[in-house]
Design a protein around this ligand. Structure first.
Ligand SMILES: [Zn+2]
Length: 295
């Protein structure tokens, strides 16, 4: 082998290796190359929107349920009784009766609460503002035991009053009902049941129901318990409102009378309700009568 031949062979080998190298740089199949470049495009995995179908509503993640706001306690009559004067409820289909106690709260109120609780009965207490200021914790117990509370003015004036005085007497008592019990009340009883001295008119303008009574056993005259009890039992009828007192001196006879009245009337099928409950029952009964009328 001559050096010239070796040189020629080396050149030939270099050319061959170079050709192989060059050939391997080019893709063998142009289609493969193009599909490789398509493969580099991110896959189209969302199907096109179907315009015939309405889009599914996007689910909104539920927000945490808001805490229920504490309902303020309100003693109010159904709307039809606002600004009205009520002596009794017109109820024929239910043996219900409402006991009411005026002139408290006082230490005597606690004895009355005890009797009511013993017999599982509730009542309505028309309070004086000045007594609420003195015995707020007793008023609180009245409401906590499931009874209703109402406004009986601040001083228990019988004489004629100006609108300004009526406003002071009733509004401040309302504020003290709220301060002592946390409740707002739209139940008003005029002192002495007087309807023409300015108080009842003011209360009616302020959407109170003016609550009078249908049975007055005159317990404030310190009559014997039997006499008080007999008056209530003999005059009892569905929807009646009974006037009693938890203030204005010893209520010994009233407490004793209650221990006769409640079991006796319960025996006759009566149940004892608050004034808002009583008026609600009348409103529901009227509604049922309207519903039953032929069209
Ligand atoms: Zn009174």
């Amino acid at each position: 082998m001559t050096p010239k031949f070796i040189k020629k062979s080396v050149i030939q080998i270099l050319i061959l290796v170079g050709s192989i190298a060059l050939f391997s740089l080019f893709p063998k199949n142009p289609q493969t190359a193009s599909s490789n470049s398509i493969a580099q495009i991110p896959p189209f995995d969302n199907s096109p929107p179907n315009l015939l179908k309405p889009p599914k509503p996007t689910k909104i993640p539920p927000s945490p349920a808001p805490k229920p706001a504490e309902q303020p306690l309100v003693f109010a009559p159904p709307a039809q009784f606002r600004s009205q004067i009520v002596y009794k409820a017109s109820i024929s289909n239910s043996k219900v009766i409402a006991l009411t106690f005026d002139d408290g709260p006082s230490p005597e109120t606690l004895k009355i609460l005890e009797v009511l609780q013993k017999h599982n009965a509730v009542a309505t207490f028309f309070c004086l503002g000045r007594n609420l200021r003195e015995y707020p914790e007793i008023a609180k117990k009245v409401v906590q035991a499931g009874n209703a509370i109402g406004n009986h003015t601040w001083h228990h004036y019988y004489h004629d009053v100006t609108e300004k005085i009526a406003s002071n007497e009733i509004d401040y008592t309302g504020i003290h009902i709220y301060r002592s019990t946390g409740a707002r009340s739209f139940l008003f009883r005029p002192p002495g049941g007087r309807l023409n001295n300015g108080f009842a008119d003011y209360a009616k303008n302020k959407n109170y129901v003016v609550v009078m009574w249908s049975i007055d056993p005159k317990d404030y005259q310190q009559l014997p318990a039997d006499t008080i009890a007999n008056t209530v039992i003999f005059q009892a009828q569905p929807g009646a409102i009974v006037l009693l007192h938890d203030g204005g001196g010893s209520r010994h006879n009233t407490v004793k009378a209650l221990n006769i009245i409640i079991p006796k009337l319960k025996q006759q099928g009566y149940r004892f309700v608050t004034i808002p409950q009583l008026l609600q029952l009348q409103a529901e009964q009227k509604q049922q009568t309207v519903d039953r009328q032929p069209k």
